[in-house]
Design a protein around this ligand. Structure first.
Ligand code: 3DU
Length: 221
């Protein structure tokens, strides 16, 4: 079990901040305003490409919140394991892998993560284009994840009925991380009522002149 996301947020609000601004310093300005209001910091690959591992490591270690490195792994097993190893060395508490890589690719991540990180299996993207290939496969991927003993998955926060279906497959103990709240149309209450554990919010917070108020708005919608 990892040290980050697997617990249901409980008395936490269940907010993951997507720190998608283009530099550490820009993200830090927003984070410092909302840090007590969020549970997890999610960082994208593009921030690593720009800033490098040492800078990311220093950045995330200055906060008590776990750091979810949204790696979106999508490769063959031994390469997947290398990415997980790199994320582990950077201090990540969780990484993500696309469910479509299949059982060997997911298991390689889980074996490398061992007890130190959570592996989030990406089931269904929130974007319209996902309807073509991703949506038809998301529930079979949820069944696969369940069979492999995966306990954290990503579900689309802008499609509450899909969250409920994924929750039915994964059962009450799993952690469902739901993107697409705020700028992509999903709402906090709909996600939580459908069985989501966490919402991921980026632009609706960092694009606001007042990020603290933006978090309050998210929580009340
Ligand atoms: O739309 P927002 O600005 O709140 O950002 C959402 C974040 O969640 C962003 O980092 C994106 O890469 C991630 N994400 C999705 O939006 C949808 C998914 O299905 C998976 C991840």
């Amino acid at each position: 079990m990892g040290n980050g996301l697997q617990k249901h947020p409980g008395d936490g609000r269940g907010i993951i901040f997507a720190a998608d601004l283009p530099s550490i310093e820009l993200n830090r300005v927003v984070l410092n305003k909302i840090i007590e209001l969020i549970d997890v910091i999610k960082l994208p690959n593009q921030l690593l490409f720009r800033e490098g591992a040492a800078a990311i490591q220093k950045f995330v270690s200055s906060y008590r919140q776990p750091f979810f490195f949204d790696t979106k792994i999508a490769d063959v097993p031994h390469t997947n394991a290398q990415i997980v190893r790199t994320a582990k060395a950077m201090g990540a508490s969780a990484v993500s892998v696309h469910g479509f890589v299949g059982p060997d690719g997911i298991l390689a991540c889980m074996e490398e993560a061992s007890d130190e990180l959570d592996v989030v299996v990406q089931l269904e993207l929130t974007s319209p284009g996902a309807e073509l290939f991703n949506v038809p496969l998301a529930l079979p991927m949820a069944e696969l994840a369940n069979g492999l003993g995966v306990s954290c998955v990503q579900a689309p926060g802008n499609r509450p009925s899909r969250i409920a279906e994924i929750r039915r497959i994964l059962g009450p103990e799993s952690t469902l991380i739901c993107c697409g709240v705020g700028a992509q149309g999903g709402s906090y209450s709909a996600v939580r009522n459908a069985g989501g554990s966490y919402v991921i919010v980026g632009r609706a917070i960092y694009g606001s002149k007042n990020p603290e108020k933006a978090v309050a708005r998210i929580l009340s919608a």
